[in-house]
Design a binder for this molecule. Structure first.
Ligand SMILES: *Cc1c(COP(=O)(O)O)cnc(C)c1O
Length: 374
């Protein structure tokens, strides 16, 4: 299989699995237990906390382990609202991941007012429009750093700065950015940051919310008081150990591997352009992740292409979701002004450091074959 769907999930790095295995075996202790077994688990967990903190330029005490990106996002947004009962306005964007989009739609039903920032054809918001959306009663801003469908990057440094100046809580969904570009909280004054291990070669169901020290954030889950009362429930120690190992490896690999990954993606795009002169690429090419490409092959229906590629052993993703037989065009592409037909013929290919150069020509040949059949 040629796996080019790394924005959906990534294969676990074998070194991450090795680090996790003892915690699925002999090291089974509960990190809250004071005996030797518990202490072994606690030490491993605190090592992982330091590894995650180092990846993001944060302090270890800002790391709250969670069950992944979705939980981190929900904890951040609901927590910021609970902490500021007088403020009921949320600023987000029209191209969020469904974790944020569906939660904000629910919060609107619960009485919050939501401003959905528009994006231009390149997929980026207008900073003046953003600044004008910030109000006295804004409880928080929650925006995605790198879009999962297009890879387009938001100007989060400026956006966080504008919120911070006005003392508005700023949460960034860094799930796709982490491990692909430098994500440094020393440069981006965000109060809250969400990340997820399985998007950078770690295990599924493990993630973290980084909380700026001093920010009071009520927990989403109450119970045993784990994570200093910030997230109750016995910790997923194997997952946390895997998250820590994945963070360290991703950090170390970034400077050398991401230029290589970008070269694979760029070679793939060059090959697509040569074979399909009518291909239409989505997203600002100067502000995007190094690993992602999203384009339409007009006249080729993406669901059919995906199925054809799957039969040829190539995994990718489509810019649309099939719900009960109806194909819904991607809300991200639509927000960028892409028409329904073009959105329904759009494919996403996302690379990782586990891809090899030889996979590019093989994937291009498969794409050509799948498209010819349509
Ligand atoms: C995958 C993803 C999430 C959700 O993370 P999970 O760990 O799968 O819950 C949130 N935001 C973005 C941008 C993602 O790509």
């Amino acid at each position: 299989m040629i796996y080019l769907d790394n924005n959906a999930t990534t294969p676990i790095d074998p070194r991450v699995r090795e680090a996790m295995l003892p915690f699925l075996g002999e090291n089974f202790g509960n990190p809250s237990s004071p005996h030797a077994a518990g202490r072994t688990a606690r030490v491993a967990m605190e090592k992982a906390r330091a590894q995650v903190a180092a990846m993001f330029g944060a302090s270890a005490d800002s790391v709250v382990f969670t069950g992944g990106g979705t939980e981190s996002i929900c904890t951040a947004i609901r927590g910021a609202l609970t902490a500021q009962p007088g403020k009921r306005h949320i600023v987000t964007s029209s191209i969020e991941h469904s974790a944020t989009k569906n939660l904000c739609e629910q919060l609107a039903r619960e009485g919050c007012e939501v401003t959905w920032l528009r994006v231009g054809t390149g997929g980026r918001p207008d900073l003046a429009e953003y600044a004008a959306a910030l109000r006295e009663d804004t409880a928080l801003v929650s925006v995605i750093w790198a879009n999962n469908e297009t890879g387009v990057l938001f100007p989060v440094e400026e956006m966080a700065g504008l919120a911070d100046e006005r003392r508005i809580v700023f949460h960034v969904d860094a799930v796709q950015a982490a491990g692909k570009i430098p994500v440094d909280l020393a440069r981006v004054p965000a109060h809250l940051l969400s990340l997820s291990a399985h998007k950078f070669h770690g295990p599924k169901g493990a993630g973290a919310l980084l909380v700026r020290p001093g920010l009071g954030l009520p927990p989403l889950l109450r119970g045993g008081g784990q994570e200093s009362g910030r997230r109750a429930g016995t910790e997923n120690v194997p997952g946390i150990v895997g998250l820590g190992a994945a963070a360290e490896l991703a950090c170390a690999a970034l400077p050398l591997e991401m230029p290589r990954v970008a070269a694979l993606r760029d070679a793939f795009e060059t090959g697509v352009r040569a074979r399909f002169p009518g291909a239409r690429f989505h997203g600002d090419p100067d502000h995007r992740l190094p690993n992602t490409t999203n384009f339409a092959l007009p006249g080729c229906e993406a669901q059919g292409l995906l199925a054809g590629l799957d039969r040829l052993g190539v995994a990718c993703s489509v810019g649309s979701a099939c719900t009960s037989g109806e194909v819904d065009a991607s809300h991200v592409l639509r927000a960028m002004g892409v028409g329904d037909d073009e959105a329904r013929s759009s494919l996403r290919f996302s690379f990782s450091r586990m891809n090899a150069a030889g996979e590019v020509p093989a994937a291009l040949a498969a794409l050509e074959q799948a498209a010819a059949r349509l």
